[in-house]
Design a protein around this ligand. Structure first.
Ligand SMILES: Nc1ncnc2c1ncn2[C@@H]1O[C@H](COP(=O)(O)OP(=O)(O)OP(=O)(O)O)[C@@H](O)[C@H]1O
Ligand SMILES: [Mg+2]
Length: 500
């Protein structure tokens, strides 16, 4: 049988929102089949239905030609369907091994120990290029490695169809290539992969087939070889996207933030040392580097999330090295954090409350000691509209939003404060191409208005597209600073690997 999965007339609505409308989709055995679409188009919902996390309102699922009922992930796994979610589901305090075998039934051995499974897990690791330290605790490993654990976990349970929901959003370009090697090995070994991504370059690289969803409707399925990246973008958003316009200005500019000989420890991880650079008014400075070379420590030190071990941070002439997070925020430093789920959002609260967080204690939202809800409504409605956040109403809990739409809420809130400095970490992670462009324009707008942006991104294209200057970090130090005009991917690559 050529087709391994067939979805027939799948429908799912949440209240008045149709997440999936009459979807008919066939997945061929041995294909890498990509699903693309804007934030909130219904990709995760459709995959959650296939994986048994969500029950559809109607429609049928066929596996190998046989109609099946998938009532839970347990049913899906029993059929050979496994999924790695957009947001991970591992137990932080357990080891990798414990997480992989969690919930597996005993297999007749006298004593059930996670150790019993080691030889088989090691074999899968080797077969598919998924090297992990099985004894490490989840809380101590990087996101890229956590993802490997998730893949190992479903492979160990016998998954033949692997659903990867935006796996590369959290990966560096290098880790993405490693994941692609794994995907190729999976395909070679008779597996099928369903791949979701907003990055068209990747979709064009890895897919055999591409399906686009728009507002819950399956617009089209095409062979990768028959289309260009532009065609795929068009399928997704129904219009062409013009490239971003950046203007580089010459001449001396006023210093906004001056960092001198900054030193900070990162409890055992990558410490930073000898960090000195300036951020000028009207400038975007990109921070490039392979993840784990001190970027997060630098950001934490600048926004005040961690102490420093030497050096100074001077903002508009004032030494803020000892100031708290809140004080720095009051002075005009905004922070778009890397991890929206743990740092950026209050998930159970409404979009409206999340959007006014930080300005709720100021005019015009706070008036005569009370919260002015009319004003909160106005501001949050405006932000939802300008950032095209897909949401039923501003009262909806942020937890119910699609991944990319959560990210838009964080960015909208931070930029709305009209900060003097924006420390933007992976600002467009998980955001669709149309909204990514909007967010990038907003960052360029900060610069146009005389503010400054420190852009930390794993996406080199994004760094090159927005920055006036690029600071490259390697092993906790600055390995080079490039002017945008002289920066090429090759030159950045050399500095990123300490071969300056
Ligand atoms: N549990 C839920 N309750 C209410 N609405 C929901 C729920 N889950 C999803 N939705 C809505 O269904 C729509 C589709 O969401 P889904 O997560 O499938 O989008 P997506 O295509 O995966 O987007 P992204 O690219 O941002 O991840 C969105 O409008 C979303 O807000
Ligand atoms: Mg999604």
């Amino acid at each position: 049988m050529d087709e391994i999965i067939k979805l027939e007339n799948i429908e799912k609505h949440f209240g008045s929102v149709y997440a999936n409308k009459d979807i008919n989709l066939t997945i061929k055995r041995g294909d890498v089949h990509s699903i693309v679409g804007e934030n909130g188009a219904g990709k995760s919902t459709l995959m959650n239905i296939l994986y048994g996390m969500i029950r559809p309102d109607s429609g049928s699922i066929y596996y190998d030609g046989e109609k099946i009922e998938i009532k839970s992930p347990h049913d899906a796994i029993a059929r050979g369907i496994g999924m790695v979610h957009q947001h991970f589901m591992l137990v932080p305090s357990f080891t990798v091994m414990e997480n992989i075998v969690l919930g597996l039934p005993p297999r007749g051995e006298k004593i059930w120990r996670p150790e019993n499974f080691r030889p088989e897990i090691t074999k899968i690791m080797e077969d598919f290029g998924l090297e992990v330290d099985l004894n490490a605790k989840i809380q101590d490993i990087s996101v890229g490695i956590k993802q490997r654990v998730e893949i190992l976990k479903i492979l160990y349970r016998g998954a033949k169809v692997i659903i990867l929901d935006e796996p590369t959003a959290i990966l560096t370009p290098q880790e993405t290539q490693e994941l692609f090697s794994t995907i190729r090995l999976l395909i070679k070994n008779d597996h099928t992969v369903i791949f979701i991504s907003h990055k068209l370059k990747e979709v064009m690289e890895i897919s055999d087939k591409i399906s686009a969803l728009r507002d819950g409707v399956l617009v089209n399925t095409v062979n990768r070889d028959d289309v260009t990246a532009k065609d795929v973008a068009y399928m997704m958003i129904g219009r062409e996207l013009e490239p971003l316009q950046k203007t580089l200005e010459d001449g001396e500019k006023e210093v906004s933030l001056k960092i001198t000989d900054l030193k900070a420890a990162n409890d055992g991880h990558v410490a930073i040392e000898d960090i000195s650079f300036c951020l000028h008014k009207g400038e975007v400075v990109g921070v490039a580097g392979v993840e784990g070379n001190g970027q997060s420590t630098l950001v934490d030190a600048i926004v005040g999330a961690q102490g420093t071990g030497g050096g100074t941070i001077v903002f508009e002439g004032e030494d803020i090295t000892g100031c708290s997070i809140a004080e720095r925020m009051q002075k005009g430093i905004a922070h778009i954090p890397e991890d929206r789920m743990t740092e950026g959002l209050a998930l159970p609260l409404s979009a409206e409350k999340n959007l006014i967080l930080g300005i709720h204690n100021k005019e015009p939202i706070k008036r005569r000691g009370r919260l002015n809800w009319k004003e909160a409504e106005k501001i949050s409605e405006e932000l939802i509209k300008s950032y095209s956040v897909k949401i039923k109403s501003r009262k909806e809990a942020v937890a119910n939003l699609s991944g990319g739409n959560m990210q838009k809420i964080v960015v909208a809130r931070e930029l709305n404060r009209e900060p003097k400095i924006v420390v933007a970490c992976q600002p467009t992670r998980g955001v669709d191409i149309g909204s990514s462009k909007y967010i990038r324009e907003c960052l360029l707008d900060v610069k146009k208005k005389g503010g400054s942006v420190l852009l930390v991104s794993a996406d080199l294209d994004e760094i090159l597209e927005l920055s006036d200057r690029i600071v490259v970090m390697y092993d906790g130090k600055i390995s080079g600073v490039l002017d945008a005009r002289e920066a090429t991917e090759e030159r950045l690559g050399e500095l990123m690997f300490g071969r300056g």
